[in-house]
Design a protein around this ligand. Sequence first.
Ligand SMILES: Cc1cc2nc3c(=O)[nH]c(=O)nc-3n(C[C@H](O)[C@H](O)[C@H](O)COP(=O)(O)OP(=O)(O)OC[C@H]3O[C@@H](n4cnc5c(N)ncnc54)[C@H](O)[C@@H]3O)c2cc1C
Length: 356
Amino acid sequence: MNVTIVGGGIIGASTAYFLSAENVNVKVLERDPTYTEASFGRSCGGLRHQFLQEENILLGMYGSEFVRQFSKSVQFTANGYLMLFNEEQKAEQTQAVITQGRCNAGSNTIDASLIQDVFPWINPEGLAMATYTDTGIEGWIDPYSLHTEFKKKAIAQGAKFIKQDVKSLDDVEDDIIVVAAGCWTGELLPDIPIKPQKHTVFNIKCPVHMPDMPLTADFTTGIYWRPEGHGYIVGSPNGRFDQEDLEPDWNDFDEDVWIPMAMRAPMFEQLKMENAWAGYYDTNVLDNNAVVGKHPKMDNVYLASGFTGRGLMEAPGIGRGLMELITSGEYQSIDLSCFDPARVLNKEKRLEPYVI
Ligand SMILES: Cc1cc2nc3c(=O)[nH]c(=O)nc-3n(C[C@H](O)[C@H](O)[C@H](O)COP(=O)(O)OP(=O)(O)OC[C@H]3O[C@@H](n4cnc5c(N)ncnc54)[C@H](O)[C@@H]3O)c2cc1C
């Protein structure tokens, strides 16, 4: 069996790894082997289990389990995630925690009145509940290290990575094509509603250094932050479409980031913003959820994108799932059929809330 993967980012490299492990002949066509604008290299490296939908929970769990065993070169910082919710979000999040419990995702729930017993640096004003993990199962990695290992191992198993800018799928000659072109998927498959959405992340320094802090996501404002080296990184809550370059949105910092962040964690009242970068989310504008599987209108074309802020952590499970689908005709480990491209063509929403 011959498979050509268009796009050699984290999804393409993972898929190449899993397919080549099954002796499939794999070619990966990548237009920029330096990956300058690829989303994986501009991500925050986070791996979490805490989602609403079972498939995203299971993909998150597989991703963090996988990276902890895959290679010593992929260092996992196991600080966990802390997620904060208001009264309006409580019912939905309570449902999410029930599904997480059914999946053994390891998350805990606390009422807002008790948050400071566990996280004394959080101001609970406006919060109703928090969920978190504290057993080393969620955290973050250096995204490049995972990509390098996938690529290196795929090449050792026979996969070929070739520099090529694919202008049209008609130019690709192979039994099977996998489109793993990230936020640029719509350029090759215009009927798939995935668009680049620019997100900015700031590097800050703060006199209070808390290296064990979890990745903290305040869903009342959409801001998230985590320790990085001797400082922290913090993500702007704003995502913007139709942005031609990746210049960070510097103006977000003062009003949309610093003020709400210092309100939630007063230790950040004193800080210095030192730098910033931006990257594109591969956003599925229909419902923020992945689009994975065989294109219903094309015989030999599969795709995987639309991860909307989750593509790094889901890459191991997606690569394995695509390998199962392509080599055996069905999913064997995690059933990913809910992400089938027919869903988006039929405009059937399956919303995953709380995107960060
Ligand atoms: C600021 C930011 C923070 C994030 N934080 C996280 C996080 O904490 N955790 C998480 O799981 N995810 C996170 N993400 C999301 C994650 O980075 C993406 O979902 C993931 O990288 C998608 O992987 P991909 O391989 O589909 O796309 P990419 O990594 O973008 O790779 C796609 C590749 O396809 C190539 N390509 C495109 N079109 C063509 C073509 N026509 N011909 C040849 N090659 C082509 C591109 O050059 C690129 O290298 C974040 C993203 C951003 C921007």
